[in-house]
Design a protein around this ligand. Structure first.
Ligand SMILES: Cc1cc2nc3c(=O)[nH]c(=O)nc-3n(C[C@H](O)[C@H](O)[C@H](O)COP(=O)(O)OP(=O)(O)OC[C@H]3O[C@@H](n4cnc5c(N)ncnc54)[C@H](O)[C@@H]3O)c2cc1C
Length: 392
């Protein structure tokens, strides 16, 4: 496979820039910073209207004829402006999961609605006492005739404030070993008994604690088999850690830093980039960004062949998130005092992307599997080293 960008994609980028110019309001970037909500619904509606959400999906599930490379180019252009699509990113993870293990009826019901922009799904896995050990979830779902009754609390239910549903991990068999008595439900956020409280994080994002008090959902809201939620989650987690959604965009720290260093001057009048040490440090960042990009392409290629990548997803997520921390620390070191100017501060280099990126990079090593957990997975499943925890 040729991992380099094709000329086709370059052509799409021109059209994508035109689409962005015609449709995207630059003030949405500032709004996302101020509100901490990493999902702009006005933009989402426009993406749905023009078939960009549906690109690459099968026609029977509402897929359109928009080229997925064009859609990816549009998301890329938006992301380069600083816009996030976290709600759509989690939604695509759930859609792929439904596509893998949902019933035909669920595929026909949920996937087209999401592609029309009407269904947006947050992930409700973590709880106050279970994040890494997500299988220790205490939220319960109890069958009552044709319905399930859900009670409990979830932490870090990101973008739930704008989502139509939460993909809730709940215990359906309290007597089974912890990994065997779990199930996953699509819970509407307008259901009676659902509440949320915002939590602002270091990266600026406002995520949520969500509460479920006798929330009733129909049996059809169960995704996968009863008590098989752990296997369903494993599919979903692979998409979270590795397989790029159309929204996933690699970082451009090296490019942004080079652009700044080309224009910035030392007291003696020379460009910062003329310093060979600075150039070398930026070069190293560029190499690692390329490795991250290749790992993403590797995942996508695997998924395109119909596979479900296992520890490779962990490798990609671990490398990308840890490298991000190194890159932003290097960037702030090179930038000096200017580097800590936040987004929207007058004169902030790259619009404050370095300061924001530095804070946000820390957070990326936590969600979607903390680095220590990912190293364990790689050690066990890729290198065949002994398990560090009791067997499942
Ligand atoms: C910004 C943000 C957004 C998030 N969004 C979502 C979301 O949308 N939906 C959702 O469900 N969750 C979300 N999360 C939760 C995230 O997945 C958890 O925070 C993460 O899994 C870690 O769990 P924890 O916070 O309970 O920390 P803990 O599991 O308590 O871990 C604390 C520390 O101990 C280490 N540790 C834990 N167990 C082990 C072990 N066995 N071996 C070695 N080290 C270990 C961890 O690596 C970590 O460093 C989000 C988190 C953040 C910060």
């Amino acid at each position: 496979m040729d991992f380099w960008e094709s000329d086709d994609l370059a052509e799409h980028r021109e059209a994508a820039r035109a689409w962005v110019k015609a449709n995207v309001r630059p003030e949405w970037v500032g709004e996302q910073h101020r509100s901490g909500c990493h999902q702009t619904m006005e933009l989402h509606a426009l993406l749905a209207r023009d078939g960009l959400l549906a690109a690459g999906w099968a026609p029977e599930y509402g897929g359109g004829d928009v080229d997925p490379d064009f859609a990816r180019a549009v998301f890329d252009e938006c992301a380069r402006m600083g816009l996030h699509f976290d709600g759509w990113a989690t939604t695509t993870m759930v859609l792929h999961t439904i596509d893998h293990i949902g019933t035909q009826e669920q595929k026909r019901r949920y996937i087209p609605a999401a592609l029309r922009g009407e269904l947006l799904v947050a992930l409700g896995y973590s709880e106050p006492d279970s994040g890494s050990d997500v299988a220790a979830a205490k939220t319960t779902a109890v069958r009552d005739g044709a319905e399930w009754v859900i009670n409990g609390q979830k932490m870090f239910t990101s973008t739930a404030q704008v989502c139509s549903h939460v993909f809730v991990l709940a215990r359906t068999d309290p007597d089974a070993p912890k990994h065997r008595g779990l199930s996953l439900f699509l819970v509407p956020t307008d259901a009676p008994g659902f509440e949320l409280q915002p939590i602002r994080t270091l990266g600026g994002q406002v995520t949520n604690a969500t509460f479920y008090t006798d929330v009733r959902v129909p049996h059809d809201a169960l995704i996968g088999e009863v008590d098989q939620g752990w296997n369903v989650m494993r599919v979903a987690l692979v998409y979270e850690r590795g397989v790029s959604s159309p929204t996933s965009v690699e970082r451009t720290v090296a490019d942004d830093l080079a652009a700044w260093a080309r224009g910035a001057r030392r007291p003696d009048g020379t460009a910062v980039l003329d310093d060979p040490l600075v150039a070398e440090r930026i070069g190293r960042i560029a190499v690692e960004e390329e490795v991250s990009r290749l790992l993403s392409h590797w995942m996508n290629w695997h998924a395109a062949k119909g596979g479900v990548p296992g520890p490779e997803g962990s490798m990609r997520k671990l490398f990308w998130s840890e490298a991000g921390n190194r890159h932003y620390a290097e960037a702030l070191d090179i930038l000096g005092a200017e580097g800590v100017l936040a987004p929207e501060a007058p004169g902030a280099p790259a619009g404050g992307a370095f300061e924001h990126g530095f804070r946000n990079a820390v957070v990326t090593t936590i969600y979607g599997g903390a680095s220590e957990i990912l190293r364990d997975i790689i050690a066990e499943r890729r290198l065949g080293l002994p398990r560090s925890r009791p067997a499942l």
